[in-house]
Design a protein around this ligand. Structure first.
Ligand SMILES: C[S@@+](CC[C@H](N)C(=O)[O-])C[C@H]1O[C@@H](n2cnc3c(N)ncnc32)[C@H](O)[C@@H]1O
Length: 273
């Protein structure tokens, strides 16, 4: 079958998504103009079978990013798979907020795919950045992304670090001794009881990357508590659903952090010592 014939088929799928699935099969890495310019390419049986399988997966609710194997974040492509959360557009606000602070050292807690740590390393080349996670699987994916973006070498294993960029296993801040000006975190904050959740779609992503107890605030509160004991940390930049911001700000205040800015889902706290 020719690409142009396939593009016209009624799969019951969004046209843009179908194009991306076809493109990923015939020319991964190219942009969508490639399809229009190469509509007369003939697809072989193997390609057709894979495309049809991916269309079925998508129709069954699998996130497009997992099917394609990548997701764009802050204008760059990141490898994604079921080892970690798919980067969300709302998380891009954290990058803007940290960039405004222009720190020389950053710890990212809950790095997942590494999208925040890698993006900050590329946007703030003078800063030292360490990404932490308590999921070995997620850390391996973050490492793949750091290699893709040339922040690490293939042989940096298992504690993946260079002078300016590192990835480490840690349960939140644990007993980490690394000094840092800014802590940034997009920790799990979803409350399982929220009735607007698309639980079918979310079921593809690791539950430990999404949900937290105490109305979604358990991990965020624990991190604030830990950060308050670190003398060197000036700013805490967090992501949470806007419906949680007030409660987080109240709790942070009791630990010495003043809310100085919000942007979409992002919050910036300054230590008031
Ligand atoms: C919401 S995901 C964010 C991933 C990525 N930073 C992003 O913004 O797309 C939260 C991440 O926090 C990690 N995480 C959950 N509990 C943690 C803990 N106690 N210590 C460290 N990381 C944790 C999960 O493994 C997951 O990768």
């Amino acid at each position: 079958m020719l690409v142009k014939e396939l593009r016209k088929k009624k799969f019951g799928l969004d046209k843009n998504e179908l194009d991306l699935i076809i493109l990923n099969e015939i020319a991964p890495g190219e942009d969508k103009s490639f399809l229009t310019a190469h509509e007369d390419i003939k697809l072989d049986d193997g390609q057709m079978k894979r495309i049809e399988l991916n269309v079925d997966c998508r129709k069954n609710g699998e996130p497009l990013a997992y099917i394609l194997g990548y997701k764009e974040f802050y204008g760059r492509k990141f490898l994604v798979d079921s080892r970690a959360l798919i980067p969300r557009p709302e998380t891009e606000a954290l990058i803007d907020l940290v960039k405004e602070l222009n720190p020389k050292s950053i710890l990212e807690v809950g790095t997942g795919s590494g999208c925040i740590a890698v993006t900050l390393a590329l946007e703030l080349p003078d800063a030292r950045i360490v990404g932490l996670d308590n999921s070995e699987n997620a850390l391996m994916l973050a490492r793949d992304n750091a290699i893709e973006w040339r922040l690490l070498e293939e042989w940096d294993h298992p504690v993946h670090s260079s002078e300016w960029f590192g990835l480490m296993y840690s349960d939140l801040l644990g007993d980490l001794k690394i000094r840092t000006e800014v802590i940034v975190a997009n920790l799990p904050y979803v409350d399982k009881k929220w009735d607007w959740l698309d639980k079918k779609a979310l079921a593809y992503e690791p539950a430990e990357a999404l949900y937290a107890k105490d109305e979604g605030l358990a991990l965020i509160k624990k991190l604030i508590h830990q950060a308050a004991r670190r003398k060197c940390t000036k700013y805490l930049v967090l992501e949470a659903d806007p419906c949680q911001h007030e409660k987080i700000a109240e709790y942070a205040k009791t630990k010495g952090f003043d809310l100085v800015k919000t942007k979409d889902f992002g919050l910036v706290f300054k230590f008031n010592r």
